[in-house]
Design a protein around this ligand. Structure first.
Ligand code: CTP
Ligand code: MG
Length: 229
């Protein structure tokens, strides 16, 4: 397939505070990873998918593939991740092979991302040839504070956005940027930008929020029980 998707699911989920790694925590009866895989499989075009899982959970990830991917399972593989998210993405890139022209990197933890939000990223990569990230405006007022908590000032919100995933890139561009990366970056777009490549934005989606805390998990449960709209 011309599209490759890396689902990074190798984190431990420290802030969620469960015993099992976050991607294997149950959400409305199936794992967060199962929801995430289901979401990307709903794209209209076939995709080569690599799931990056904790080394201790490779069998569990295989079981998710068997359960969710059905006829598409031949396109899905599982590899083990690294200490950092960046190392996990690198493992996913190595496993993806050279066929995909466009590569998406997606957090398993954003498991309720709507298909059309994913499609927007794919389309924009093909249109621009640049890196593409889904973003949303910042809703709250943002302030700078000192270590003691005193307010230093209010930040101009008009220039700020929240960044989501999937982030999309022409394959050769993200592969080159990863080969040249000299330090940890906060996201793939920052790593790609540090290599000198352009990155642009498309509209994200409220439902693409990241499950980070127990509160986020409750929010996801509520969404699945009573879908909005
Ligand atoms: N991730 C990964 N490998 C790592 C760290 C993170 O594949 N070494 C993945 C997570 O599984 C998650 C995504 O990157 O899908 C976003 O990371 P985050 O939400 O921070 O997940 P965790 O690192 O697992 O959570 P925490 O930071 O609370 O420990
Ligand atoms: Mg983390």
């Amino acid at each position: 397939p011309a599209l490759g998707i890396i689902i990074v699911a190798a984190g431990s989920g420290t802030r969620l505070g469960r015993r099992e790694p976050k991607a294997f925590v149950s959400l409305a009866g199936r794992s967060i990873l199962a929801h995430a895989l289901e979401g990307v499989l709903q794209l209209a075009e076939p995709a080569r998918i690599v799931i990056v899982a904790p080394r201790s959970r490779l069998d569990a990830a295989d079981a998710v593939v068997a359960q969710v991917a059905g006829a598409a399972r031949g396109y899905v593989s599982v590899v083990s991740g690294g200490e950092s998210r960046q190392a996990s993405v690198a493992a996913g890139l190595a496993a993806l092979g050279e066929a995909p022209r466009v590569v998406l990197v997606h957090d398993a933890a954003r498991c309720l991302t709507p298909t059309d939000a994913i499609q927007r990223v794919v389309d924009a990569v093909r249109e621009t040839g640049a890196g593409v990230i889904p973003v949303q405006p910042v809703a709250d007022t943002i302030k700078r504070v000192d270590p003691a908590g005193a307010v230093l000032g209010t930040v101009d919100r008009s220039e700020l956005v929240h960044v989501q995933t999937p982030q999309g890139f022409p394959r050769e561009l993200i592969v080159d940027a990863y080969a040249r990366a000299e330090r940890e970056h906060t996201d793939d777009a920052a790593l790609v930008a540090a290599a000198g490549y352009p990155v642009t934005t498309v509209a994200g989606d409220d439902a693409a929020f990241k499950i980070t805390t127990p509160w986020d998990l409750r929010r996801a449960e509520t969404m699945l029980r009573r879908p909005v709209g």
